[in-house]
Design a protein around this ligand. Structure first.
Ligand code: FE2
Length: 306
């Protein structure tokens, strides 16, 4: 059975306080009780956490946590990982308990990104309250759509793309080719694969045919319930007097119709802060091919003015 959703992400930081400030006061995530002093946890819904930040030597994205639906599905994916020649390390009971799951294992993809797999849904019964008055984050019924999406780079694009489909059970939603160097005769374009887990979110994972990202990931996406939530978050970044860096202006993506902007995390990778992403039926969806990224906006900070 296929992967169900992006359950959580794990990142490392040299500066927990910056992350605490950013996650709560910029993104509007709810600080959650943490089992350890060197770990900060943030909630988006009724799961115990969706973002796990741990103190370390680097500022980077560490791992996606992919959810499976049952012990059987979890054991099956472990068998497929082993058959594909990927390393599998079983986490012990205490590690699984810290992640609020029934069982946990670690592996990596052919591009070298570590990831975790788990099954077992635990809940936090205290109501979700955003410290920045975000109305709600969109994670689906019972959190089925997961916390959002993650975008990774893969120099060995084909091999990594096949791995996520054949071994992890993702499906293609959109196979883009983007001409980021202007689309002239010397621009071969960059391959992208947008992949869905077994839920309605347009993509839970995207892969770009690019060299390894120094920050461990290109971006993660979180989806708020209203355009006003996105607009207010945009204001918080713009009015932060440079404390938070706007990576790309408001815009709308062609393929998942997400209206969003991008802000840089203290981890160096970006957060896409979005609203109104396309919901698909993963059982009947036929993959599309997008030839551009956005139909308006999303002007990147490093782009020159037209
Ligand atoms: Fe995105």
């Amino acid at each position: 059975m296929p992967v169900r959703s992006l359950g959580y992400i794990v990142a490392e930081t040299t500066d927990l306080e910056s992350w605490r400030d950013f996650a709560a006061n910029c993104l509007g995530l709810m600080p959650a009780q943490s089992p350890r002093e060197d770990v900060a946890l943030f909630r988006m819904d009724d799961r115990p956490f969706r973002i796990w930040i741990q103190k370390g030597e680097q500022n980077r994205f560490l791992a996606a946590g992919w959810e499976f639906g049952s012990r059987k599905e979890f054991e099956e994916v472990i068998e497929r990982l082993k058959a594909a020649g990927r390393p599998v390390e079983m986490a012990d009971v205490m590690e699984a308990r810290a992640r609020h799951v029934d069982a946990l294992a670690r592996s990596s993809d052919p591009a070298g990104h570590p990831f975790e797999i788990y099954y077992g849904r635990h809940y936090d019964y205290a109501p979700f309250v955003s410290p920045a008055a975000v109305s709600r984050f969109v994670t689906g019924d019972n959190g089925d759509m997961g916390m959002g999406h993650v975008v990774l780079t893969a120099p060995n694009f084909e091999e990594t793309h096949e791995f996520y489909k054949d071994t992890m059970g993702f499906g293609d939603t959109d196979l883009g080719r983007f001409y980021l160097a202007g689309g002239g005769p010397d621009d071969p374009g960059v391959g992208f694969a947008f992949l869905h887990a077994r839920n309605g979110r347009h993509h839970s994972l995207a892969l770009g045919q690019m060299p390894e990202s120094p920050n461990g990931a290109v971006h993660i996406m979180v989806e708020a319930a209203t355009l006003e939530d996105v607009g207010r978050a945009y204001d918080r970044v713009v009015k932060s007097k440079g404390k938070w860096h706007l990576s790309a202006t408001l815009g709308r993506h062609v393929n998942d119709k997400m209206t969003s902007f991008y802000v840089r995390t203290p981890g160096g990778f970006d957060v896409e802060y979005g609203w109104n992403g396309l919901v698909i039926d993963p059982d009947t969806w036929i993959p599309t091919t997008s030839m551009s990224v956005s139909d308006w906006g999303h002007k990147w900070a490093h782009e020159k003015d037209d």
